[in-house]
Ligand binder design. Structure first.
Ligand code: ADP
Ligand code: MG
Length: 337
């Protein structure tokens, strides 16, 4: 930072040494955040996988969200990408843009959230930048992970005949955001709390990701929404896909919302922010995937199949209902043709 002080906060260097330097402890190449740059030495035979994602107040989180959860979300939206790429996370950098009226207590809680996730995922803060901004809080994180050389799981490896899998449950975060914006009147408080929790704190399958190397043919994290992210995989792989709407895994609150209002399927299939993983794998991999899910205690659900793409069908992704009839996305949501 060079843009003057931030009201209500100690000086920049004091802030770094008080809240951020302790988070670098245990990573020698971070030099205690007392140098200009950090050094990451990947293990021999390993590639460094790098990813950056920013979250902005009022866009990706709400400005009065608890700061520790904001910190963990900022980190996890990056960890989900590393997981989808098969990488083991190691370290991250943090660029923090803070409004001038931010309180020190906010920064303290933010750093506490980072510490919690560092312990959970075995990673360290190795550097960053701190600045003031006339706009909302904005947080950019760059995460670094490792994978065997040449083995990062790409978007472009899906082949016709592969099965399509997703981890966790889908749609919770988008429904949680709707609940936060009071767009789900009549939702019981316990369900609302559960879904809002999913929006505020995603749980990407960080331990599963590296185990998908050699198993998944393609993979992506679900940030834009199930359909949009599946489309990214299909376009990169020059294939198409059929998914069954009734196979998409739902939490109990999501299931009861859908039972009341079938139109909510649109939010489930097209809403974003779940930060689960979508991957494809050959038909022979099914047994290994089931074993892996059991071993790691992660739910993995087959939702459809990769098909060939002639370039002539009018859509890449076909959504089928429980009877195998195609659904169409219109202004009313997903309906029959
Ligand atoms: P420079 O003057 O080169 O921009 P800074 O004074 O911004 O360097 O930062 C000093 C040290 O503190 C560097 O090691 C930098 O990586 C680290 N640092 C600054 N802000 C943060 C932050 N928000 N999180 C982690 N490390 C930070
Ligand atoms: Mg700086």
């Amino acid at each position: 930072m060079s843009a003057g002080g931030i009201q209500g906060l100690p000086g920049e260097f004091e802030l770094i040494s008080r809240y951020f330097a302790p988070l670098s402890k245990g990573f020698p190449g971070a030099f205690g955040l007392r140098d200009d740059a950090a050094v990451i030495r990947p293990a021999s035979g390993r590639d460094l996988v790098v990813k950056t994602d920013a979250i902005v107040g009022g866009v990706h989180f709400l400005s009065d969200d608890p700061p520790d959860l904001v910190a963990r979300k900022a980190l996890r939206v990056n960890l989900s990408d590393l997981a989808a790429k098969g990488a083991v996370p190691r370290a991250y950098m943090l660029d923090l843009m803070l409004p001038r009226d931010i309180q020190e207590a906010w920064v303290a809680a933010f750093a506490r959230g980072l510490a919690e996730d560092q312990a959970e995922f075995g990673i360290h803060l190795i550097g960053g930048d701190t600045d003031s901004t006339p706009g909302p809080i904005s947080i950019a994180i760059m995460a670094f992970g490792e994978v065997d050389i040449g083995r990062m799981i790409r978007r472009d490896g899906a082949r016709a005949g592969d099965k399509i899998y997703v981890t966790g449950t889908i749609g919770d975060a988008a429904l949680g955001l709707a609940a936060l914006k009071a767009k789900l009147p009549g939702l019981n408080p316990a369900s609302a709390q559960f879904l809002i929790g999913r929006y505020r704190l995603p749980s990407p399958p960080v331990r599963l990701g590296p185990r998908l190397v050699g198993l998944a043919t393609a993979s992506i994290d679900i940030s834009d929404g199930l359909i949009a992210d599946l489309r990214h995989v299909c376009e990169a792989s020059a294939v198409a896909a059929d998914i069954r709407s009734d196979h998409v895994p739902l939490s109990a609150p999501a299931r009861s919302i859908l039972a009341e209002d079938p139109g909510a399927l649109r939010t489930v299939l097209s809403g974003g922010d779940d930060y689960q993983i979508l991957f494809t794998a050959g038909p022979a991999a099914g047994g290994k995937i089931t074993d892996l899910a059991l071993e790691l205690g992660v739910s993995i659900t087959a939702i459809g199949e990769v098909t060939s793409w002639s370039g002539q069908r009018d859509q890449r992704i076909t959504v089928l209902d429980a009877k195998g009839h195609p659904l169409m996305l219109g202004s009313e949501g997903w309906t029959h043709f």
